[in-house]
Design a protein around this ligand. Structure first.
Ligand code: XMP
Length: 507
């Protein structure tokens, strides 16, 4: 039995964060669309209802069968979840007179209530809603208030059902972790046995059972997810796993050689394929970012497929898909900004069964599993790197010469971050080669050469990001080194845009 908390997703941006917070309490949880509750799963120990971009009284508002949850499981409604339960039971939810956003301080707290045990008056909570509950049904009692929001939290009498109008999952709710712990551990009775080690033990056992003596191929990218998936599978089935690492020519300087070496040291059975020439010729003259992505995605699938066919009797394709890739998204607008799914067509094309051993894990859990498997820190803490690599960091068309200029500049920046102890403080960094030339002077000579932009961001999930406030001395040194050492570059800029409204990559 794997006891679990179900988080019903009503479309809030912070739903995944709730999931991560619950996992941080060493408790397994799943995020499920609001209308797909697994009523026949005997392992559910509690339910959390998320927030939503809708108002409960909207015609299109997401609804769920509350009477099948309340009294059957402990339930905690967060924001919209709390408003929905109040509204459906006959309470009133109305637009707040002033929108309730940001910090607020709990001014009244009922510490006898198990949800609020050890939470003090004066604790900071984070509000983010345009609506507010103005009247509770008779069977509901207020258990916490702020100065502005009388019904900050309530309990339904005689039931294990609670609602909070603030967001305990966000960092700025200082009592949030305690509140979630009170619910998950105190009320739902989680035994807190979800850990990297327990995950490895149970996954290795189930992979052995699932795969038996079958052969498996896996595409390595150098990134954390595929590398951890490979090491986990290697532990389960050893030489029956063959990994394929394709060099599409758009990797960082020496990346192919170094990462291949790392993989070999980890005892993986890896085939490295240098297909860079093929990619260069297919990409020649292409400037549109989405076309670049499509060409690289398709080229990768073709090369991988060719290599995989050289191995006899392969039955499975393994991928490093992680939980955020799997959560069925309730995107309200459905706008595609960039297509990030590089190898989406691979399983269909290869006609193999799919094995995704990390599909239940968040990124920080993947790292913890990697660490537990004994992988070196520099592999585990690597910055994310886009599948199409430097191709989306060269604005305009791609040539081998531009790639090598960019590789040199990027190497100076990344090595600099490492040398100055800044690498682990940024989420992701890289250099962008701009399609402009500018005038400079070197010695007595006028130059007319390329400009590059440095990009470094802080983030927790790449959904939002801020530019990293790197020290001026560091930026000065990197700029100097790039201009002095990289032929063809005479100007360096630092990108100070946040996401949104910009994105992390330039293409
Ligand atoms: P953006 O630029 O959308 O990037 O803010 C968010 C994160 O996604 C990465 N990224 C990609 N990853 N294939 C990938 O595998 C892609 O085509 C791609 N485009 C962007 C980006 O590096 C950042 O981590």
């Amino acid at each position: 039995m794997q006891e679990k908390i179900i988080i019903l997703d009503f479309g809030s941006q912070t739903t995944q964060l709730i999931g991560r917070r619950v996992r941080e309490l060493s408790t397994y949880c799943e995020i499920i669309p609001y209308n797909k509750f697994p009523y026949d799963d005997p392992d559910v120990i509690g339910v959390i209802l998320s927030g939503s971009p809708f108002s409960v009284y909207d015609e299109k508002a997401f609804k769920t069968e509350l009477d099948r949850l309340r009294s059957h499981y402990p339930v905690l409604g967060i924001c919209y979840g709390a408003q929905l339960m109040a509204y459906e039971a006959g309470g009133a939810v109305e637009p707040a007179p002033s929108r309730e956003y940001g910090r607020a301080i709990l001014s009244k707290v009922d510490n006898n209530d198990p949800l609020l045990c050890d939470i003090e008056v004066g604790s900071q909570v984070w509000m983010s809603h345009g609506d507010t509950i103005t009247r509770l049904p008779d069977t509901f009692s207020i258990i916490a208030s702020t100065k502005e929001v009388a019904i900050a939290a309530y309990r339904i009498n005689g039931e294990k059902t609670w609602g909070v109008q603030f967001h305990p999952e966000v960092f700025h709710s200082t009592c949030g972790t305690q509140l979630l712990k009170n619910f998950v551990v105190g009320i739902c009775g989680s035994s807190q046995d979800w850990s990297a080690e327990s995950f490895i033990d149970s996954t290795v056992a189930s992979l052995r059972q699932q795969l038996g003596d079958d052969k498996v191929v896996l595409g390595l990218s150098g990134g954390v997810d595929s590398s951890v998936a490979a090491v986990l599978l290697n532990r389960a089935i050893g030489k029956n796993l063959t990994c394929i690492f394709v060099d599409h020519g758009m990797l960082r300087k020496d990346e192919f050689k170094n990462v291949l070496h790392d993989y070999e040291c980890l005892g993986l059975n890896v085939i490295g394929v240098d297909a860079s020439e093929r990619f260069f010729s297919e990409l020649a003259g292409v400037t549109d970012p989405e076309r670049k992505r499509k060409i690289i995605g398709k080229g990768f699938i073709d090369v991988f497929d060719e290599e995989a066919h050289k191995i006899k009797d392969v039955k499975w394709l393994a991928q490093g898909t992680i939980y955020p890739d799997c959560i069925e998204s309730l995107s309200i607008t459905g706008t595609v900004i960039k297509s990030h799914h590089n190898v989406g067509g691979l399983p269909e094309k290869m006609n193999l069964k799919l094995c995704e051993p990390l599909r239940l894990l968040f990124k920080d859990e993947v790292r913890a599993v990697g660490r537990s498997l004994g992988m070196p820190d520099h592999l585990i803490k690597r910055h994310p790197f886009p599948g199409p690599g430097l191709a989306v960091r060269i604005l305009g068309d791609i040539t081998p010469e531009k790639v090598s200029i960019l590789q040199e500049a990027d190497h100076i920046f990344i090595q600099g971050l490492r040398d100055w102890g800044l690498y682990d403080q940024v989420w992701q960094a890289g250099v962008i080669l701009l399609p402009v030339q500018s005038v400079g002077v070197m010695g007595d000579e006028r130059t007319y050469e390329r400009a590059v932009a440095l990009r470094a961001v802080t983030s927790t999930d790449a959904m939002t990001a801020d530019w990293a406030h790197l020290p001026y001395e560091f930026l000065a040194k990197v700029s100097n080194d790039i201009i002095n050492q990289v032929r063809g570059v005479n100007r360096v800029c630092y990108d100070i845009s946040s996401k949104p409204p910009s994105t992390i990559e330039w293409e």
